[in-house]
Structures are given as C-alpha cells and as structure tokens.
Design a protein around this ligand. Structure first.
Ligand code: FEO
Length: 398
C-alpha cells in the first residue's frame, strides 16, 4: 500500500520490523528499519529507488497493485547498494526498456551486482535535471562517498522535497513515516548511531556537501530519506545536526572499552571510571565490555567521547580477539581529535599495552603516556596508575 507524502508524492517502500542486522551482521538493528522507495505521479510517473532483495516480490506486487508498471516513465536510482536496488531486477523483467537515471558509478555497481549492462541507463551528474510535468523538475545532486561513490540525492522542485537516500536516515521503523510521529529519543539515538557507524569516515565530505547544498539556497520542505523517519517537521534540524557531527564531534564524555580473561583488566577499567568521576564529576563515564556489548552502540559512545581508554590482557603475546576486531572497526570509522589511554593485565610476556597503543595511534587517536601494565592481578601500585590515567584523560581533555 502506498502512503501519502505530499501532493502527488507517495512512499512505496518496505517497513522492515523484522530486520535484526544490516551489512551482514556489522550493524545491529534494535527497533526495525525501513527501505523507503518513492512514487511520484505527476504528468510523468517516476519511481525513486526500490527495496532490499528479499522484499523484491512483495515490492513489485505492491507497486503493481497501485499502478500499471508500464506507466512508469523513469526510475531514479539514488544509490546502487542492494537495500535500495534489490527490487530492480524483478521490476526490470517486467518493464525492461524503462530509463534508469543514476550516476556513472551507480551504473558500475548495478551492472556488477545484477549483470544487466543492457538496461537503459541514463547517466546524470550534479545539476542535471528532468522535467516531470506540471511545472516540476527533478534535479540531481551527486553525493559521492556519502556513503558510496555512486550515492546521489534528487531534489523535486515546487514540492521542495530532497530525496536524500542514506544521508540523514536511521535504521528505525516508523510506521507513520514522519519525524514528528517518531519516538524522539529513539529517533535521535538511531540517527546518531547511523552517522557514527556509517558516515563518520566521510565527515569532511559531509561538511563540504552540506555547505554546497546550503549555498544553493533551495527551499527544502521535506527530506525523504531511504531509511527510517522522513524529516517533514523542521527538516533542516537534521542537516544542522549533521554539520555539527561532521566536525570532530565530542561531548564531555570518556568511554572505557575493555575485555578481560580473569577480571584483572576489568578491575582496572572500573577503577579508571570511578577515578574519572571523582576527579571530574561533570564528565560522563561509560564502561563497556567489548565482548558482551553491541559494538555499534559502543562506537556511538566513542563518537560522543572526547577520550577513550581501551584495555585488554595479554594472550599469546597478543590481545584478546574481541578487542582486536573492535580496534579494526574503530580504525575504519576514522575518529579524529580524541585522546586515548591503554591498560591491561598479563602473566608472562605483557605485550598488550604496547599493541593497544600502536593500534590506537594507527586509528588516529592521541594516546597519552600514562598506562597500566599490570602483572597478574592489580595491586595498589596498579590502581594508582589507573588514577594517573584518569587524571591525564581529564586534564588533557577538559
Ligand atoms: Fe541504505 Fe548504502 O544503503
């Protein structure tokens, strides 16, 4: 069933309440999600994006129940990733000659995934437009690396709708579609999680793109994202928030992330946390066992933090695999202007703090000198060193 957005524009996507993870298992979904596709029925009928591959048949059946598929004049693919292009192969079997407007990179991604070079691609770049009748146009804006090279947004004149695709979205199911109907806390938490875990590596480009869009002075009444709530109530609030988030965002928070074998490293983690609270009561402290907590949620807390402390015991001259994998993910997200400290227990060789230090430096963190390299279980001297870490993190970042 299509749902009304504005005038002759409708939502025709998939409200995916059952989704539990995204990008394989790399992104946790806790409140459902959606793949938002849109149908424009002006003098021209235009479909913007489709849905994820497993929902392809449902999508095409749904579309067919609303319109004659042969009445679709154009398809706009803002992005080739399978959560938006998955409905395309089944749809194109029914309407094989329909023009598909997308970027040159999107042609590559669609052909690479679905092996149909014969599809009627129309390559567009920033500033290109198509008339859709009734005095309205669709104008294309490349959104390179936000978050794929092929990403694009489409602006509809007169109705002033920006179909932004992934940008400004959230993995969050809002059956009523619009941001003013969403649970406020969930909406903002999911928007930040999405930014921290997907868009943060491209923050300099986010900043530039927002400045470019603002300089065009386009009236924007609705930001129609491809996931989660559609921003219709004060849509520019999410643009302003993205601008703030894109500039090495931090709050007065320190996050401690660790894993432990026999609880020695855990004791140090909690000692550092207690000491930060004692030394700087206004600083928020969050403590997570990396093996037991959702990695995306921890990354969102890192995004908010001005500093982190990371702990692992030494195992087989290395660090725990949970911490090693988490550090790989941390590096991918390219956080900047954040400090870090390292700590960990060992029995025999004690490489963990050196390895943690190297890994955090290569992930772009400024690692402070004080550390706790504790032989066996922490004693008073080790707890004093934990206090030194807390002091240094508070001093360095206040
Ligand atoms: Fe929602 Fe990049 O796909």
């Amino acid at each position: 069933m299509k749902k009304h957005i504005k005038n002759n524009v409708y939502w025709i996507g998939k409200m995916d309440w059952e989704l539990e993870s995204f990008h394989g298992a790399d992104y946790s979904i806790n409140h459902g999600s959606s793949q938002n596709a849109y149908l424009i029925q002006e003098e021209k009928t235009v479909l913007i994006d489709t849905v994820w591959l497993p929902h392809s048949t449902e999508f095409v059946d749904n579309l067919q129940s609303e319109i004659d598929l042969n009445s679709i004049d154009f398809i706009v693919m803002n992005h080739g990733e399978v959560d938006h292009s998955g409905g395309l192969p089944e749809l194109m079997e029914k309407i094989p000659d329909t023009p598909i407007y997308c970027t040159a990179s999107c042609v590559k991604s669609l052909v690479g995934q679905y092996h149909h070079p014969e599809w009627n691609f129309k390559v567009v770049k920033t500033g290109d437009s198509i008339d859709i009748g009734n005095g309205k146009k669709l104008i294309f804006v490349e959104m390179k690396m936000l978050h794929w090279p092929d990403s694009m947004a489409t602006y509809m004149t007169e109705d002033n709708i920006l179909f932004s695709n992934d940008a400004f979205g959230q993995h969050y199911a809002v059956e009523e579609l619009f941001n003013d109907k969403a649970d406020f806390c969930h909406l903002w938490a999911e928007a930040m999680k999405y930014y921290a875990n997907i868009l943060n590596p491209f923050s300099p480009l986010v900043k530039k793109k927002i400045e470019e869009i603002q300089s065009l002075n386009l009236p924007i009444d609705i930001i129609a994202t491809s996931h989660g709530a559609i921003w219709s109530d004060n849509p520019m609030q999410i643009v302003e928030k993205y601008y703030e988030w894109s500039q090495n965002y931090k709050e007065n928070q320190i996050t401690i992330a660790y894993d432990t074998m026999w609880d020695g490293t855990k004791k140090l983690a909690h000692k550092i946390g207690r000491e930060i609270s004692r030394i700087s009561p206004d600083t928020k402290v969050k403590i997570f066992n990396i093996a037991n907590h959702d990695k995306n949620d921890i990354m969102t807390e890192v995004f908010k933090s001005k500093a982190i402390a990371v702990g692992s015991p030494t195992v087989n001259q290395g660090i725990l695999s949970s911490v090693a994998g988490w550090l790989d993910f941390l590096k991918e997200l390219r956080f900047k202007e954040k400090r870090a400290a390292v700590f960990g227990c060992y029995g025999w060789s004690g490489e963990s703090t050196k390895l943690l230090r190297e890994r955090l430096e290569s992930a772009g963190f400024d690692v402070i000198e004080p550390e706790v390299k504790c032989n066996w279980n922490p004693d008073e001297d080790d707890f004093n060193k934990a206090t030194e870490i807390a002091k240094a993190l508070c001093q360095d970042t206040n």
